[in-house]
Write a protein that binds this ligand. Structure first.
Ligand SMILES: [Zn+2]
Length: 342
């Protein structure tokens, strides 16, 4: 069976016309060499169960294995087809989708269901134990900065925040050839590599050093503004260049150009697609933004990889999201149920 994921709508409809096709796909991805019973480890063609398309029954011990165990789809009442469509839409629809658009496109009855589904997919966009950026590339530097997102939302619904602080770390290198014909270099002559974002509560030393340490490999060259709370980065093993900017936005833009491009794109994305985002869920949207940003760098990484990731990572439950029990994974990929805070 073809284990690549469709890249066009037509191909998608041809490959996944109904539940059994989706289930067969999951089976092929899970057991590429053929079904192996998770209980008795006998390898044999399993029986299908007419009423439950997501189960396979072992011919030897009659154990019923779930095709969705350990995935974000597990115990979902939504059909597999909805999940497949969702994964397809959320990754190929370039600017991303709001829960409302999503609900309409998939014909999902309740807004909450669509919203929950999207959040589960977002959780799958961060690999656990994700690597840090930077490292051994001497020709790359890492710009680190903080910026505010949110603000100016009409309607001002419950939970809509005005300004939330986001820490940015982005790999940057110079273009080999300047864009301008006269050879003069401008702030646009930079190329971005991988990105990490973290919703942070403040600009304290502890917060910022924590962000750098979870996001950037030691020994990398880290460029920041002159904020004093970055000045001990060399003690943590980083090469560090700081520029005293004194709040002059033009100097700041020239010094940390990629951070400014990222923050400004992030702001318009949050406002344009999601019409403002509550502070509680901001990290999930940051994860989605990072996923999209980093993916443009690896054209081979298609929807298939998303579903592949989605099949390894457990997602939050709807209750967990609402009660704040679920913690959205940050740049290091560590998320999951938060410790009880009392
Ligand atoms: Zn068995």
């Amino acid at each position: 069976m073809d284990r690549s994921f469709p890249t066009t709508l037509l191909d998608f409809q041809r490959r996944f016309p109904a539940e059994p096709a989706c289930a067969a796909y999951l089976e092929a991805v899970r057991w590429p060499e053929g079904f192996v019973c998770p209980r008795c480890h006998v390898q044999a063609e399993p029986s299908l169960i007419a009423t439950r398309s997501t189960l396979r029954q072992c011919g030897a011990c009659r154990h019923q294995a779930s095709l969705t165990a350990g995935t974000v789809m597990h115990r979902s009442k939504q059909p597999l087809q909805s999940w497949f469509w969702a994964a397809y839409l959320v990754t190929t629809h370039t600017p991303g989708m709001s829960a409302v658009q999503f609900q309409r496109q998939l014909g999902i009855g309740r807004y909450e269901t669509a919203w929950n589904l999207l959040h589960k997919l977002r959780a799958a966009m961060v690999r656990p134990q994700r690597e840090r950026i930077g490292g051994n590339r001497d020709d790359w530097r890492i710009e680190v900065d903080e910026g505010y997102v949110g603000g100016r939302t009409r309607g001002e619904g419950r939970g809509v925040t005005h300004k939330e602080l986001v820490a940015v770390a982005v790999e940057v290198r110079e273009r080999d050839k300047p864009r301008r014909k006269d050879g003069k270099r401008t702030r646009r002559d930079v190329i971005a590599g991988r990105l990490r974002l973290r919703h942070i509560p403040n600009r304290s030393r502890k917060t910022l050093e924590g962000f750098v340490q979870e996001s950037v490999e030691p020994s990398s060259l880290v460029i920041t503004d002159g904020w004093k709370n970055y000045d001990r980065l060399p003690k943590l093993g980083y090469r560090h260049e700081a520029q005293a900017i004194h709040g002059d936005p033009e100097v700041a833009e020239a010094w940390l150009p990629m951070c400014h491009i990222v923050i400004s794109n992030l702001k318009s994305w949050l406002l344009g697609i999601h019409h403002g985002v509550s502070a509680k869920h901001l990290q999930a949207y940051l994860n989605e933004f990072v996923f999209r940003f980093n993916r443009r760098f690896y054209p081979m990484s298609t929807v298939h990889s998303v579903l592949g990731i989605a099949m390894r990572v457990g997602g939050p439950t709807y209750e967990g999201l609402y009660d704040g029990v679920w913690r959205h994974p940050g740049p290091g990929g560590r998320g999951g149920p938060a410790e009880a805070t009392g």
